[in-house]
Write a protein that binds this ligand. Structure first.
Ligand SMILES: O=C(O)CCC(=O)C(=O)O
Ligand SMILES: [Fe+2]
Length: 374
């Protein structure tokens, strides 16, 4: 269940850059690390992403987002299809999502890396069972999967290995994908990654989804990460990007299958989840939510994080850690389940078999005799 993707003997360009940024002695220079927060672009040539429409989305406040008119999105010339949205969240919004990842998404029926070691229905509650924080248990959580559960061994999603995808997260992705001009994105699977100082994620591509045309949405919260993104193979020299709390990285088109990795977690320069602005309560503004049925609960959950006492436990966690929500669409637009593909494939194979048999009847006799023999 370990997330290792490449063997250390493969000294390619990606690996060299990964090692450079991972190293602590000597500390790597950050001069070439693109940072939207500090407007440091290093060697990168960046462009402004112009959203197709800037129609106000009434859902933003309920989802912890600022007004779309304030969002700033960028593209990178070396990485077509990669879109970086500079923190579009309010402070209260960041608190909501951080808390959700820790308190709710880590619960059963979702799967976590801890499952192989022990049965825990509610990891967050278990961490505080004794009245104090069990930091050993707290640091054990590295990932949780939502919706279609990623199978780390087979790398194949299956219908019998899925749970309900969280409605609030589906709504958040719907809102951001609409802003980018995607009309039909459906959030169906997510990996929530929990990093501490010293955690890394090796180079990999995310290719298990049936639909690789749909974009992938990656949300960062808490401490910052040096994120490396390369190209279709590991010989393409990756670019380094500082992902700060609230930043959204969208991997679409060519970038959807690009190699990427996280060689280092670094202390955040600012703490946008802790701004005083978060003390502004959100109210019911009649937004038309697509997925969320219990909107009063959402408002309640959002406003609960104004109370510093309740929020404190989550604040302590995020002070030392980074959380990444990595959301994907698994199926094609008109596909209802993974079984559709299987049925389609077997019908197609059957059709091919009949066609072949007509042009070459010996195939039919051979296969029929084989069926009778077995
Ligand atoms: O933590 C990140 O920014 C990237 C995570 C990732 O690539 C993944 O979960 O597949
Ligand atoms: Fe990934």
């Amino acid at each position: 269940m370990e997330r290792t993707f490449i063997k250390p003997e493969n000294e390619n360009s990606f690996m060299q850059v990964f090692k450079y940024y991972k190293c602590n002695k000597p500390k790597p220079s950050l001069d070439n690390v693109l940072s939207l927060e500090n407007k440091i672009f290093g060697k990168n040539q960046i462009g402004l992403y112009s959203a197709p429409t800037l129609i106000e989305d009434l859902r933003t406040e309920l989802l912890g987002l600022t007004n779309v008119k304030e969002w700033k999105a960028y593209t990178l010339l070396r990485h077509p299809g990669l879109i970086l949205i500079k923190n579009p969240f309010t402070s209260l919004g960041q608190r909501y999502w951080i808390r959700k990842c820790l308190e709710q998404y880590s619960k059963k029926p979702n799967k976590t890396n801890i499952d192989t070691e022990m049965v825990l229905n509610d990891w967050w509650k278990e961490c505080f069972k004794s009245g104090h924080c069990n930091s050993k248990l707290q640091n054990k959580l590295r990932w949780t999967t939502l919706g279609y559960h990623h199978n780390w061994d087979t790398k194949v999603y299956t219908e019998d290995n899925k749970s309900l995808f969280p409605e609030d997260l589906a709504e958040l992705c719907d809102c951001i994908s609409k802003y980018l001009g995607y009309q039909n994105f459906r959030a169906e699977a997510a990996i929530v990654n929990y990093y501490h100082i010293g955690s890394t994620l090796s180079a990999h591509t995310d290719h298990s989804e049936v639909n690789l045309e749909a974009p992938l949405f990656s949300f960062s919260f808490g401490q910052s990460a040096i994120f490396l993104i390369g190209g279709p193979d590991k010989n393409f020299e990756p670019s380094a990007i500082m992902l700060n709390s609230g930043d959204v990285a969208v991997m679409s088109k060519e970038a959807r299958l690009s190699y990427h990795a996280v060689p280092k977690i670094v202390s955040a320069l600012s703490q946008p989840w802790s701004n005083g602005e978060s003390d502004k309560e959100i109210c019911d503004n009649m937004a038309n939510l697509k997925y969320i049925t219990d909107r009063q609960q959402l408002i309640l959950d959002m406003n609960r994080n104004i109370d510093n006492k309740e929020w404190n436990l989550f604040k302590n966690y995020i002070q030392e850690s980074r959380i990444n929500m990595n959301v994907r669409q698994v199926l094609h637009e008109h596909q209802k389940s993974l079984l559709d593909v299987k049925f389609f494939k077997s019908y197609f194979n059957c059709f091919l078999f009949i066609l072949n048999s007509i042009s070459n009847p010996s195939i039919l006799t051979k296969n029929i005799s084989f069926v009778f023999q077995s």
